[in-house]
Structures are given as structure tokens and as C-alpha cells.
Design a protein around this ligand. Structure first.
Ligand SMILES: [Mn+2]
Length: 437
């Protein structure tokens, strides 16, 4: 297991990150004919027009790319040839105060100017053509796309943050596996245990913890946690939960099972099959490969696993072309990862029509960070649809019914693309993807 990344090392890398960003953004601005770029941090959104509560600020990712600060009404002024300016709005509220930043290294990298209240929004206009990007702004779309694309290739600072976010997720996954193995905790208990073990408040996790026992795993984003212990003889646990470091997310899924009997041993085979497939797909990552090809390959491999576990009798070819694999595995193989858990930079092109939920359609390139997260699920609505179609004859419905109470399996790691393959940022800390608890 790798060591914790020290804050001082992150700070040193951050200074290089900003310098690198200044060079890359200057190139984009020049190409698109802009003299300067203003990026606003954002304003908290109201939860409902009928009361006076606000959501916590989700800073604009273009802003966070420069500075790990979650403060409203700030703005960055990027003017090539000059030091980048951060207009930092001091809060005048006596009701609340933003959390202090994890690091103040940005004070060394940027010219920080304190401005009062929302004047940050008005103070940033300067000479020449100035592009403004921020929540609710009609930013120039070709510029926004180019900035999104910049985020897909990570600097050493960003890689260190993503690696550290993975290390922080480990304590949570370890604790849940132990609690599941040794007891009969409810989903809510397991969710709260994850928060405690990773020292995160619910609103601080990169995405809402997905904690699913048994059939709940068939709801891909299950967050309506059950409050009762279940006491089942055969049980499964799918945990898709992670942590952050300076705004960067990890995204990690593990699937564990326990118990005996025919269903448990068939499920064991399914988990082992998905785990082995997921590792083969991680090893297949190569520079220049269209990610969608890897996604297509995952469907052929899911078909083979469905046959090996007796769930499907159709050939691999028929299972893929007849839509059988899409009923058992409806989501995409993975997505770009960074400041946003589902970062958009690798999805600038639409996927093929039969891959509607694929969020990574880029060509694999050095420095990208993305997830590889195949799965197999027993989703009632999709399987009922399949059963009514001719292709449904290629499914062993008795085997499906036997396994449905165990919900499904997903295994997810975060990969950094290297010139000769990929570094698995997750397995450095969590060597196993799933199995017997
Ligand atoms: Mn994911």
C-alpha cells in the first residue's frame, strides 16, 4: 500500500499545476481570439422557492481547476502574460461561514484580491475581449468545450490528489467489509459507518454513498437506505462510495457476499467472473484505443460470464446483438474522473445509439483518469422487457430467479493512463475488487 500524500508535497505540485494551467489556457484563449478569461465560483442555489434554505455551494469545475476553494461569489481573472488574479469575496453573513480551505497554497500561486460581497462579479471586466464562464452564464460554448477537454489530462498535482482520494476511501471499504462479514448491519448503519471510517460528513462525499444489500443492488444508484437488519442466509453487499482530496474524487465500487447454498455459490462464480473481467479490461487499456471499443469488449465478456454461470444459453454473439447483455448490464463501462465524479471532458462526442449511457467516448490518451466499472444486475423492469422479446428465449429464467435476491455485482477502479498501459490508483490501496466477505 502506498503512503499518504503529504500536504506540503501537494502544495509544491499545486504551484506547478497553476503554471501549467496558465500556459495551456493561454494557448486556448489565443486560438479562440480572447484577451482574457473570467471564471466565477458560483452562488448557492435555493433548494425550493417556497422556503429559505440553500444547497451547499458546488463550485464551478472550471474555477476549481485553478483553486481548491468552495467559496461563493469569487472570480478568477486569467489574462495571458499577467499573474492570474483571484477576486475573493469576503463573507459578511453572521449566519454562516465557509469552511476554511484545505490549503492556502493558492495565495502563493495567484494574486489574491479581497473584494466586498458580490462586487467580485462586477470588478472583473478589463480591456479587450473578455470571456466569462460560470454557473448560469452563457459561456462561449467552443471555449467551454476546450476548457472541459483540458481537464481530462491530469497534471502531477491532480494525479496526487486522485491517488490520495483513493487512499482515503480505503478505510470506509475496509470497515464495511468487516461489518458485513461479522454482523447483520442495516444499509443505514453501513452508510453511517462509511462516513465515520472516512471522517466525512454526508455532504462532503464526492457522491452520495451507494450502499445496497441483496436485491437493492439492482437499483444502480441505491441511496434509500434500509433501516432494518435482514438476517438472510445468503447475502450480498454492493458499496459504491469514496472520498475526496482538494476537490478531486475517487470513485470505488466493491461487491461482497456471504452465506451458503446454491444461490450463494452461483453468485460467487458471478462475482469472480466480473472481478476477473474487470482486471482484464484494466490491462487492455492502451493509448490510442477508443474507450467505446473497450466498452463493446466488456459486453462480449459479460455475455461469456452469463453463459459460464448458466444464466444465458444463447451464444456470445446472440447475447450481445439480441440485447441480452444490455438488460443485465445497462450502464457504460466508465467515465472520466476528476473534480466532477462524472467529468464531462471525455464525453464530448455522443456514444453510438446502442450505448446510450456511455460517458467516455474519447480516445485513450496519456494522463487521462477514468473508471473501469463493469457490472451484472438483476433489474426487474429490464429483464421483464427482455423476457417478452424473442431474445428472451436465450435466458435461463430459473437461474435468474434464483440469483435475483442477491441484486447484482459491480466492481470499479480508477485508472491513470501511462504511455505503456495504466496505473490502477484504487488497487494500490484496495487490492481486491470483491468476493467472499
Ligand atoms: Mn463511477
Amino acid at each position: 500500500m502506498l503512503q499518504r500524500v503529504e500536504p506540503a508535497d501537494l502544495d509544491a505540485l499545486y504551484l506547478d499545476h497553476v503554471a501549467d494551467l496558465e500556459r495551456r489556457v493561454a494557448r486556448v484563449l489565443e486560438q479562440q481570439g480572447w484577451d482574457a478569461l473570467v471564471i466565477e465560483s458560483g452562488t448557492p442555489a435555493k433548494r425550493s422557492q417556497f422556503d429559505d434554505q440553500y444547497w451547499a455551494l458546488r463550485p464551478c469545475p472550471h474555477f476549481q481547476h485553478w483553486v481548491p476553494l468552495a467559496e461563493a461569489e469569487c472570480a478568477l481573472v486569467v489574462r495571458p502574460g499577467q499573474r492570474t488574479k483571484l477576486l475573493r469575496a469576503g463573507s459578511t453573513s453572521f449566519w454562516e461561514k465557509p469552511a476554511p480551505p484545505d490549503s492556502t497554497a493558492f495565495e502563493r500561486a495567484l494574486d489574491v484580491v479581497r473584494v466586498a460581497g458580490d462586487t467580485a462579479r462586477r470588478a472583473h471586466q478589463g480591456p479587450g475581449r473578455v470571456a466569462i464562464v460560470g454557473e448560469g452564464r452563457e459561456g462561449p460554448s467552443s471555449l467551454v468545450k476546450a476548457l472541459d477537454a483540458l481537464r481530462t489530462t491530469k497534471t502531477p498535482y491532480e494525479v496526487a490528489c486522485l491517488a490520495e482520494a483513493n487512499r482515503r476511501a480505503r478505510a470506509g471499504h475496509d470497515a464495511l467489509r468487516e461489518a458485513f462479514r461479522g454482523g447483520d448491519a442495516s444499509e443505514l448503519d453501513l452508510h453511517l459507518l462509511f462516513l465515520k471510517a472516512t471522517r466525512q460528513d454526508d455532504g462532503e462525499t464526492p457522491y452520495k454513498n451507494i450502499v445496497a444489500l441483496g436485491e437493492s443492488a439492482a437499483t444502480l444508484h441505491h441511496v434509500a437506505y434500509g433501516r432494518q437488519a435482514r438476517g438472510r442466509a445468503a447475502e450480498s453487499l454492493l458499496v459504491d462510495a469514496a472520498a475526496t482530496c482538494r476537490g478531486y474524487s475517487s470513485d470505488v465500487t466493491r461487491t461482497w457476499f456471504k452465506g451458503a447454498g446454491a444461490a450463494a455459490s452461483a453468485f460467487a462464480q458471478l462475482v469472480a467472473g466480473v472481478e476477473a473481467m474487470q482486471q482484464r479490461l484494466c490491462r487492455a487499456v492502451r493509448v490510442g484505443l477508443p474507450y467505446e471499443d473497450l466498452h463493446d469488449e466488456s459486453h462480449r465478456q459479460v455475455a461469456a460470464i452469463l453463459r459460464e454461470t448458466g444464466l444465458v444459453t444463447a451464444s456470445v454473439e446472440e447475447a450481445v446483438s439480441g440485447g441480452i447483455t444490455r438488460a443485465f448490464y445497462p450502464h457504460g463501462l466508465g467515465h472520466s474522473l476528476g473534480l466532477q465524479t462524472h467529468d464531462v471532458g471525455c464525453g464530448l462526442r455522443a456514444p453510438r445509439g446502442d450505448n446510450p449511457f456511455l460517458r467516455n467516448t474519447s480516445e485513450v490518451a496519456v494522463g487521462q483518469v477514468f473508471t473501469v466499472e463493469p457490472g451484472v444486475y438483476f433489474i426487474e423492469a429490464l429483464l421483464a422487457e427482455l423476457r417478452a422479446k424473442p431474445a428472451g428465449a436465450g435466458v435461463s429464467w430459473r437461474a435468474v430467479e434464483a440469483l435475483a435476491p442477491l441484486g447484482g455485482v459491480r466492481i470499479e477502479d480508477d485508472l491513470l493512463v501511462l504511455p505503456d498501459g495504466a496505473r490502477n490508483l484504487t488497487r494500490e490501496h484496495l487490492p481486491e475488487g470483491g468476493g467472499a466477505a
